[in-house]
Design a protein around this ligand. Structure first.
Ligand code: SF4
Length: 459
């Protein structure tokens, strides 16, 4: 709820009721950032008071009504705040609120975070007079109202491509500096983890559990950021999770985590194992930077990121795989991830870690080069080397990928197999049945499927 009259000078409605509003291409005036645009970002910086002109909104570049309909525009938002109680450690968490607050604007959609943002504005909002200046004004009022510790605030919105390019480089440097702060810390170094429920407006049963070795799915909140946020607003959407007894150090299951996740998910999720993609994996909302997908033909996992525009060797795009992953569910093999979690020594440790990864887009492999074990780097296939499942299986054999040593796979992934999987994942049965036809055996499970893909096999 917003106080009556707070937005009477804004030509569209403002309120939490518009969260979750989707703007389809047919009704879209313009796209800001998004997958078709290389450079986009949003950032919030804490500044000394004398550097923030309180209440100022600047738009650098064309405004909405000056943009050609149907286009995709390089885009940046920079929010600068000052306050006697504010610290740089709080930047990331406050920055994440840009997502919420943009989504409160009728006809304005915001997805993702940092340098992955994707916004759309609909034709009706622009025809009613919505401008980027209004967007900046709304952000300022909502930030002030939600976070009274902000004493001064200004917003700069950038649509000039040359300026986006310049500001983008600074933003990326800042993200990297933030991420590097928790590297080297371990889960054993701390007594509490942090939970975040900010994405429950989209995925009501989702709770992010943020530990020193497991960055948030969105890639925007580290353990240190969680600590700063929960200190400022202990009853806010980011809160402490006392670890409690460690039930299983390998999978990363903690009594305290289970208790809090159960409570915050209203009993939808009662067990979470932080370092596995099977069994009781961490839930995925919809903001993950990347997701794994299960590859039954070799019992491996692929990884695909949000910006990848092609098809994975399974024939599915990021969007289709993300549909199978998100919504706060626990789906075997389909697991939302941040880039920073993939830099963690505990990355999917209980599921085989990097040895389980068989495919990823080439630029993702390059980005993570320093974190993928050196002997595995060339063994992981990318979109540059393979385009189909057959090509991928052949690549894995030629490069002696360790996935071939997993039980059942070496035998079943011989040339000519179209459906070859292991019998269990960490004790959980999965579909099985090689050969020309398909036979599926399930043991003692309840099955819910939003979609089923049936692929024609080779003769
Ligand atoms: S992805 Fe997780 S940490 Fe990030 S905003 Fe959503 S719930 Fe919070």
């Amino acid at each position: 709820m917003t106080p009556e009259g707070m937005f009477s000078d804004i030509p569209v409605e403002i309120g939490v009721v518009f969260e979750g509003e989707r703007i389809r291409k047919q009704v879209m005036h313009v796209e800001l950032g998004g997958p078709q645009v290389k450079e986009k970002f949003e950032i919030l910086r804490v500044k000394p008071p004398e550097e923030v002109i309180n209440g100022e909104v600047k738009v650098l570049g064309p405004d909405l009504f000056e943009m050609a309909e149907g286009g995709a525009i390089p885009f940046g938002i920079c929010v600068e705040v000052a306050g006697s109680q504010l610290e740089a450690d709080m930047e990331a968490v406050m920055e994440r609120r840009i997502h919420d607050f943009c989504n409160w604007i009728e006809g304005f959609m915001h997805l993702n975070q940092r340098d992955g943002i994707w916004l759309r504005v609909d034709k009706k909002a622009v025809s009613r007079g919505l401008t980027l200046n209004h967007v900046g004004t709304v952000l300022i009022r909502l930030f002030r109202s939600a976070l009274p510790i902000i004493e001064r605030i200004s917003v700069t919105i950038i649509t000039d491509p040359a300026l986006v390019h310049r500001w983008h480089a600074d933003a990326v440097r800042t993200y990297e500096e933030r991420d590097a702060r928790t590297r080297g810390m371990t889960d054993e170094d701390v007594d509490v983890f942090y939970g975040c429920s900010l994405c429950q407006s989209f995925a009501p049963s989702h709770v992010c559990v943020i530990t020193p070795e497991r960055y948030a799915n969105c890639g925007a909140i580290s353990w240190l950021d969680g600590r700063a946020a929960s200190r400022v607003d202990p009853r806010g959407p980011i809160y402490e999770i006392p670890k409690g007894v460690c039930i299983d150090p390998e999978t990363g299951e903690y009594e305290g985590v289970n208790r809090v996740v159960k409570e915050k998910s209203l009993s939808d999720v009662s067990r979470v194992q932080l370092y596995t993609a099977f069994g009781y994996p961490h839930t995925s909302c919809g903001c993950f930077e990347c997701t794994t997908f299960y590859v039954p033909e070799c019992d491996g996992l692929g990884i695909v990121n949000r910006d990848f525009r092609g098809l994975t060797p399974t024939g599915l795009s990021f969007g289709s795989i993300a549909d199978s992953t998100g919504g706060g569910r626990q789906v075997d093999g389909f697991h939302g991830l941040s880039f920073e979690y993939m830099r963690s020594p505990r990355f999917l440790r209980a599921s085989g870690g990097w040895e389980r990864i068989v495919w990823m887009p080439s630029d993702v492999r390059e980005k993570l080069k320093d974190y993928i074990p050196a002997d595995l780097y060339e063994q992981i296939a990318t979109n540059k080397e393979v385009a189909s499942m057959d090509e991928m299986l052949s690549f894995l054999r030629v490069h002696h990928h360790p996935i071939l040593s997993r039980a059942a796979v070496a035998e079943l992934s011989s040339p000519g197999s179209v459906w070859a999987v292991a019998d269990t994942h960490e004790g959980h049965p999965v579909p099985s049945g090689p050969g020309a036809g398909i036979s599926i055996t399930f043991h003692n499970i309840r099955l819910h499927a939003d979609r089923i893909f049936v692929k024609k096999g080779r003769k």
